[in-house]
Design a protein around this ligand. Structure first.
Ligand SMILES: Cc1cc2nc3c(=O)[nH]c(=O)nc-3n(C[C@H](O)[C@H](O)[C@H](O)COP(=O)(O)OP(=O)(O)OC[C@H]3O[C@@H](n4cnc5c(N)ncnc54)[C@H](O)[C@@H]3O)c2cc1C
Ligand code: FES
Length: 326
């Protein structure tokens, strides 16, 4: 048991269970604080859970009273316990580490038991000291047999520093089950797919594009990848080759720096994608990467007439380490 409500009281109805634990210096795992990553899962022993605190959690875990501490008001909860790590995590082995760009690591994992997922979903990795962070899958199920992640280095980042500098091929790491709704579904095969990603937001989009091609998607597939500079377009050669070999696939590299190269557009990938959007063709949009870019593009697409159920998003929410949190 981590805490009892009669020991420590919620400040007000807006205080979440997570904030209450942090306020009392109780060691607790979290990352996004916005209901996305599930790093803050806890088990409710006594109390009334809100539907928001159970959103996106697997049914079997909800049945055992698991909930998202960052989405639950502390005032309704009297007692919580830590989660059963063996229920949430499996062992995997690092089978490859390779730099795709100066600051982007390709990490390939071999799960130690059957691992089911949809291309474009994300998994949680557990740091040896307990921190949990989410990474999107760039691999395609049943095709690779291995799980591929693209990881952007963060200065003094807990997980990324360890992965870049200390983790070695052959090491074991705990991985969570695949999560998230941003994946390709085999239907509406004639509709265009518009894939928009900034930075390592390209990782899930690569999986989604390859999965759509594997399932003989007939509509056009447009891949807009944006980065600050040319090095950040770390899939450039692979996507150029894909566009040469796959008739319905096109690649739109965008960089915001003043220096560009032939075939690259200067500007932001989401601005270009929105300028070229044809709503009458009933496109399906997949938007991944920087949180602000994802949210603003989702709003623009919706206002342009794309129904929300045709917009799939994967915002890469970061742990907020600023002195004044968001
Ligand atoms: C669903 C999901 C999928 C994700 N998929 C990927 C992925 O495929 N690839 C990937 O590289 N990352 C992905 N992320 C982000 C990833 O989970 C980590 O947050 C990131 O790698 C940083 O972890 P860390 O432990 O190294 O840094 P932490 O120790 O958590 O520190 C965060 C670092 O980021 C900085 N920071 C804080 N807020 C912001 C902000 N708003 N914008 C930018 N920097 C900030 C801090 O200064 C600090 O350096 C995903 C996140 C989510 C929620
Ligand atoms: S879901 Fe609670 S910290 Fe990410």
């Amino acid at each position: 048991v981590l805490f009892r409500q009669h020991d420590i009281c919620a400040q007000d109805k807006n205080e979440t269970v997570l904030d209450l634990l942090i306020r009392h210096n109780i060691e607790v795992s979290y990352s996004c604080k916005s209901g996305h990553c599930q790093a803050c899962l806890l088990k409710c022993i006594d109390g009334k859970l809100s539907s928001q605190a159970k959103a996106g959690i697997k049914d079997t875990l909800v049945a055992q009273q698991y909930f998202l501490a960052c989405q639950q008001s502390a005032i309704d909860i009297h007692q919580v316990a830590d989660v059963d790590s063996e229920l949430l995590f499996h062992r995997a082995r690092i089978s490859k580490k390779n730099l795709l760009a100066e600051n982007v690591l390709q990490l390939v994992l071999q799960a130690q038991q059957d691992f089911s997922y949809r291309a474009g979903q994300f998994i949680n990795l557990k740091h040896p000291l307990g921190a949990i962070r989410s990474y999107s899958l760039a691999s395609v199920p049943n095709e690779d047999g291995l799980l591929e992640l693209h990881i952007k280095r963060k200065i003094r980042g807990t997980m990324t520093s360890w992965l870049f500098e200390h983790a070695r091929v052959g090491d074991e790491i705990d991985i969570g089950q695949a999560m998230g709704n941003c994946f390709y579904t085999v239907k509406d095969l004639d509709m265009p797919l518009i894939l928009i990603g900034s930075g390592t937001g390209a990782a899930p989009l690569l999986g989604i594009a390859r999965d759509a091609i594997k399932h003989h998607h007939q509509g056009e597939i447009h891949f807009y990848h944006g980065a600050g500079n040319i090095d950040g377009l770390y899939l450039h050669n692979q996507l150029v080759t894909l566009a040469q070999n796959q008739q319905n696939f096109s690649y739109h590299p965008c960089i915001s720096a003043s220096q560009t190269a032939p075939g690259m557009v200067r500007g932001r990938c989401n601005d270009l994608a929105m300028a070229e959007l044809n709503v009458e063709q009933q496109p399906r949009l997949y938007i991944c990467g920087n949180t602000q870019m994802v949210k603003s593009t989702q709003t623009s697409a919706y206002l342009a007439g794309v129904p929300l159920q045709h917009i799939y998003t994967d915002p890469f929410e970061y742990k907020d380490l600023r002195s004044i949190p968001r």
